[in-house]
Design a protein. Structure first.
Length: 757
């Protein structure tokens, strides 16, 4: 039996002690058998066997007692294992990350690169802690991590624009950026100086950009934090940070009027757009000339008046113009002094005292001066003189008005008229009973304020194509003929097509024309007499009516064979010595003239050299004239520049959204011609500049318009020989303007304004 483990550390038990077989020895006994039993006395008895008594004692093989007890392997402590209290907390990584600690805050002024007013810095937040010790100004601390703090000391007092939306910021890096006055967590509800998340542009749509909500002070540090959004975005990466000082402009500094936040100009200054521009402006002191009116205190400096409401961003301080002085009706360059209004009459604008004739009615009684009446019972109105029948009056109703039931009759845009009882010649049609007196017919709808009673003209009699002096009888129209403007039956040869049913008489065809559709006779032979206006006749295919300038009758001429004839549609478009006005499509053949040579001002027969144009010198001829430069500003029909009395060719350009206007002082019975072309060619090709023309009468009313004339591509010409509204006009100042179609710019033009006597 093994001994009990005493608990004392022993050398490891190697197991049972090995035993050996008991071989005994040969029984030698005694020399003589003395009768005693033989006793086996082995040399080494293992204590196993018994003597068998044989001569050779093999006995039992003594294997000894095998110790099969517990193997002693030393002291084995099988008691309760002492593991102590297991520490399952986070691994001890040292002190918590503090982005505001010394050595953590980055000095942006030192580490960044300055260019102008922008400091740039490229950094990373991949090696900083994932927690958010600083509460973000937008979002929550549980959503933000990996904060990097940069200290920035402004060089000037201004707002800051902070952005990570720059090349160098990792695409997909979801940055959150904010600014605060100190490096400490903001109290709940405190937005700091500004914060932003996810306002970038592709490929950095999750980048951040913001402008501080207020100015930061020069020399006083602010703290900018760049962190990552953790819940679903990529919270770490490289960021390219820019900090721009948005220094407000001083008086006279350039600025961008499109920017409102932060204000591009310093306090008490406003960015005012430069004339004709929407992208550039100048910082102008509030209350000064051209500046915004002050919202409190005196709106404008001495000698200036406020245009509009002082609290409106569109208000402006303008030069205060005295009563009787010239003024700008658009209130851009000047403003009438308090108590007066800018009134436009007879082509000029003048400051008129409130309550005076033509002036604005006063708010309180008496609303108008003696012998005057206000045009409205309440609200804004005009003080006007009530004129007796037959007395001179203002057709626009600005300074005078006829008595009830009367009309100020005026013709061809005249500046003055005469008070006439309704229903009489030149007056408004009556709305009850007979519309007009005997021998008169009503032009327009009687209930319209523009309706007028005109003398009725019978078939074959001379007529006024404009319809101001007379009107053709029912079922007839005023058309041009070899003997002048004549009343012609609808549907007859040269007459206007009937509006419905059989539009033309037998043998005639209704063909589109300007300003009406006309019934025309188709001519078949070359050389046949034809109507130069193409109203009564139409030459055979591949021929056109060719007439001498100023003549109403011509001869049918084969296309391409003579100056003034239509170009051929294929092959050689014009014969030798001639050139077509267009490279394709409708056009006509012309011969070239040299500078100062006689030319055809309709542009049909001759062409002038580049940089010149044909200026009319008579009703049938003109001269190739050199250009003169336009004069700015000239975009207002109330203030055209310059004003001419003879035909003139202008060179210039129209900016986008603008127009150039020229005044024309026209003598009685004269006509207006206008043409716009490019300096090197009379044709405006598709895809290039597209100018058009407008003409206004002395009352400022649009009376004619032309765009894309036949044979001129996108260029335009207004010819009084086919435009009756511009022929034989009343005396006065008319205005002709060149414009860009769809408000587009016309970079270079030749603009001819012709006075045809």
């Amino acid at each position: 039996m093994p001994e009990e483990d005493s608990g004392v550390m022993l050398k490891e038990d190697a197991g049972p002690i090995p035993t050996f077989p008991d071989l005994g020895v040969t029984d030698r006994g005694f020399p003589e058998d003395q009768g005693f039993p033989r006793v086996d006395v082995p040399e080494f008895d293992s204590g196993a066997g018994f003597d068998s008594g044989t001569g050779f004692d093999a006995g039992f093989r003594d294997t000894g007692i095998r110790d099969t007890g517990i193997r002693d392997t030393g002291i084995r402590d099988t008691g309760i294992r002492d593991t102590g209290i297991r520490d399952t907390g986070p691994a001890d990584t040292g002190p918590a990350y503090d982005p505001c600690a010394m050595g953590s805050v980055i000095d942006l002024n030192m580490a960044g690169t300055l260019a102008g007013t922008t400091t740039s810095y490229t950094g990373s937040n991949t090696m900083v802690g994932g927690t958010a010790p600083l509460r973000p100004a937008c979002g929550s601390a549980t959503s933000i991590g990996h904060e990097v703090v940069l200290r920035y000391t402004p060089r000037a007092t201004s707002r800051l624009r902070v952005s990570t939306n720059n090349d160098g910021t990792t695409a997909g890096f979801d940055t959150v950026a904010w600014a605060q006055p100190a490096c400490s967590s903001l109290p709940t509800g405190n937005a700091g100086l500004g914060c932003n998340d996810d306002s970038g542009t592709a490929p950095r749509t999750l980048a951040s950009t913001f402008t501080t909500s207020a100015n930061v002070t020069a020399g006083t540090a602010v703290y900018i934090v760049v962190a990552g959004y953790r819940p679903s975005g990529t919270p770490t990466g490289t960021f390219a940070l820019t900090v721009t000082e948005l220094v407000p402009g001083m008086a006279g500094a350039m600025c961008d009027p499109r920017v409102s936040s932060p204000p591009p100009c310093a306090d008490a200054l406003t960015c005012i757009a430069d004339a004709g521009s929407t992208t550039t402006g100048t910082c102008i002191a509030d209350g000064s000339a051209g500046g915004r009116c002050r919202a409190t205190g005196t709106a404008c400096d001495m000698g200036l008046a406020c245009s509009g409401s002082a609290t409106s961003t569109a208000s402006r301080c303008r030069a205060a113009v005295a009563v009787g002085a010239a003024c700008d009706p658009a209130r851009v360059t000047s403003l009438c002094a308090t108590g007066s209004t800018c009134v436009t009459a007879n082509g000029s604008s003048t400051c008129v005292a409130d309550g005076a004739r033509g002036g604005t009615c006063r708010v309180v009684a008496p609303r108008c001066d003696s012998m005057l009446t206000c045009s409205t019972m309440t609200g804004s109105g005009v003080c006007r003189e009530v004129v007796a029948d037959g007395a001179s009056c203002d057709p626009a109703g600005t300074s005078s008005v006829c008595q009830t039931g009367r009309t100020c009759a005026a013709y061809y845009g005249a500046a003055t008229g005469t008070c006439v009882v309704d229903g009489n010649d030149g007056a408004r049609c009556r709305t009850s009973g007979a519309a007009c007196e005997t021998g008169l017919i009503c032009s327009g709808t009687a209930s319209s304020t523009t309706s007028r009673c005109r003398p009725r003209v019978e078939l074959g009699a001379a007529c006024d194509p404009v319809g101001e002096r007379n009107l053709c009888a029912t079922n007839s129209g005023c058309v041009s003929s070899p003997v002048g403007w004549t009343c012609v039956a609808l549907g007859s040869r040269g007459g206007i097509c009937r509006p419905s049913g059989t539009r033309c008489d037998s043998g005639l065809t209704c063909i589109s024309g300007t300003p009406n559709d006309y019934c025309r006779e188709r001519l078949s032979s070359a050389g046949a007499m034809c109507d130069a206006a193409n109203q009564a006749t139409l030459c055979a295919t591949n021929s056109s009516c060719l007439a001498t300038a100023g003549q109403t009758v011509g001869a049918c001429t084969a296309n391409g064979t003579a100056a003034g004839a239509d170009c051929r549609t294929s092959g050689t478009r014009c014969d030798s010595g001639l050139a077509c006005t267009t490279t394709s499509g409708a056009g006509w053949c012309r011969r070239a003239s040299t500078a100062a040579m006689a030319c055809d001002w309709t542009g049909r027969v001759t062409s002038c050299p580049a940089m010149t144009a044909c200026a009319p010198s008579s009703a049938t001829a003109g001269t190739c004239a050199m250009q003169v430069m336009e004069t700015e500003p000239n975009n207002s029909i109330t203030a055209p520049s310059p004003t001419v009395t003879a035909s003139t060719v202008f060179a210039g350009s129209v900016e986008a959204g603008g127009r150039d206007c020229v005044g024309v002082d026209l003598p009685m019975g004269a006509s207006i011609f206008a043409d716009v072309q490019l300096p090197a060619t009379p044709t405006c090709a598709p895809g290039g500049p597209d100018p058009f023309l407008t003409v206004f009468n002395p009352m400022g009313r649009l009376i004619s318009f032309e765009d894309d004339s036949v044979g001129r591509g996108r260029c335009a010409v207004i010819d009084p020989t086919v435009r009756p509204e511009l022929a034989r006009l009343a005396a006065g100042r008319y205005v002709v303007c060149v414009n860009g179609y769809n408000n587009a710019a016309v970079p270079n033009y030749l603009f001819t304004v012709g006075v045809v006597r």
